[in-house]
Design a binder for this molecule. Structure first.
Ligand SMILES: [Zn+2]
Length: 394
């Protein structure tokens, strides 16, 4: 429990720490000498002390870090070490080796928040536009599939509206002609309106937002103290687990809507796996740098288990375009996540040129971008699932 760490401790670590046997060259940061400060602390030692208490809010090199902040020896410099919480928070607006890590996932969080808000509140206008398009177009181009799927998902429509939307979605997904829309309209004219449950889709959006927010907070504030680092890393692992687990929910729930037993088996298995992963990640040994591959392997195995329901889906529904489209998105998501895990575990490119990618371009930043790309692909798949099940029900 080290929520309060003094400058003396930092100094002790510096003098006794040295570099690891396998670590690359050590570069003294010019910024270290300049005593770069967060916030407008003014000049001189007194101003620094006044601004940051007993600590110097300066960036330090890897060999000056306490053990709990030593995660990647190929990132040589520009570390924040045991900064006060206020300065750590404000450091979101300054340049250090976590700045891009913080903002990639913070921006991703707000993007998914916007998706969720749109899903929950909007689109009667798009819905109306879809209707007018259907009514006025004779040979026209089909509108954007994502926008119309969103309209379907969010519109609070009547039974009559549901049938009309169903027709639109069927035509969109099958890239059908207007004549096909008319045929679908005739076929579905007697079908009751229905709207499949939204909770699996919202659970996924919440899982993604939780992951992105926890990640961003961890990168911003873990430098504060060993205790903060311990807690935030656990929340970060829990966020990754939540993203993986909730990614299964739309896939399993909507695909096996008509088979509650299979649905419950898959959902139960992945939820139990996620709970086990969170429990394992609570062990202090879990964050040790040498267990990087074990962490990557655990999360990769959880993600890879998604192949089972996906293959199952293709066996049962392989003839349906919705199944093919969603599987395509899921493959794109899997490729992005696997590439992210590989980059995370191998620490490429910084291992090739230690110190060169401290501020921009290091593996963790690439990992973050790939996670957002994968999460977005899965969001698109979720929209297609909603369209499919709103259309067909069970
Ligand atoms: Zn991260």
């Amino acid at each position: 429990m080290a929520s309060t760490v003094t400058l003396e401790k930092t100094t002790t670590v510096q003098s006794g720490g040295g570099t690891d046997a396998g670590s690359p060259r050590t570069v003294r940061s010019p910024l270290l000498m300049k005593g770069r400060k967060v916030g407008d602390c003014g000049g001189g030692e007194d101003a620094t002390d006044k601004c940051c208490g007993r600590r110097r809010c300066e960036l330090v090199s890897y060999d000056r870090l306490p053990e709990f902040l030593k995660h990647n020896e190929f990132i040589v410099d520009h570390y924040r070490s045991e900064w006060p919480i206020k300065e750590a928070l404000l450091s979101a607006f300054s340049i250090h080796n976590e700045t891009i890590n913080v903002w990639t996932h913070l921006i991703g969080f707000f993007v998914f928040l916007a998706f969720t808000t749109c899903a929950a509140t909007m689109v009667p206008m798009e819905y109306e536009a879809s209707h007018s398009h259907l009514a006025t177009t004779s040979t026209g181009r089909l509108p954007n599939i994502t926008g119309n799927a969103m309209a379907l998902m969010t519109s609070d429509y009547s039974a009559e509206g549901a049938v009309a939307d169903t027709i639109i979605m069927k035509a969109l997904l099958r890239n059908a002609s207007v004549e096909t829309e008319a045929a679908a309209a005739a076929a579905l004219s007697s079908a009751p309106g229905h709207r499949v449950a939204r909770w699996p889709f919202y659970a996924y959006l919440c899982g993604a937002m939780f992951c992105l927010l926890m990640s961003s907070a961890c990168h911003l504030l873990a430098c504060h103290s060993e205790h903060a680092s311990y807690v935030l890393l656990r929340l970060d692992y829990a966020g990754i687990t939540a993203l993986i687990v909730t990614s299964f929910y739309p896939l399993v729930y909507y695909t096996f809507l008509c088979d509650p037993l299979v649905q419950a088996l898959y959902l139960g298995f992945i939820t139990a796996s996620g709970a086990a992963a969170v429990a394992v990640s609570l062990l202090p040994v879990f964050e040790r740098p040498e267990l990087r591959w074990a962490r990557a392997g655990l999360f990769a195995c959880m993600g890879m288990s998604g192949l089972v329901p996906i293959v199952h889906k293709m066996v049962v529904f392989g003839a349906r375009p919705e199944a093919v489209v969603t599987t395509g998105y899921e493959m794109a998501m899997g490729a992005a996540y696997l590439a992210g895990v590989a980059v995370y575990a191998t620490r490429v490119p910084e291992r090739w040129m230690p110190g060169r990618f401290d501020l921009a371009g290091h593996s963790h930043q690439l990992f973050h971008v790939l996670v957002i790309a994968g999460a977005y692909a899965h969001y698109l798949a979720g929209l297609v699932y909603l369209g499919w099940r709103d259309m067909d029900g069970c």
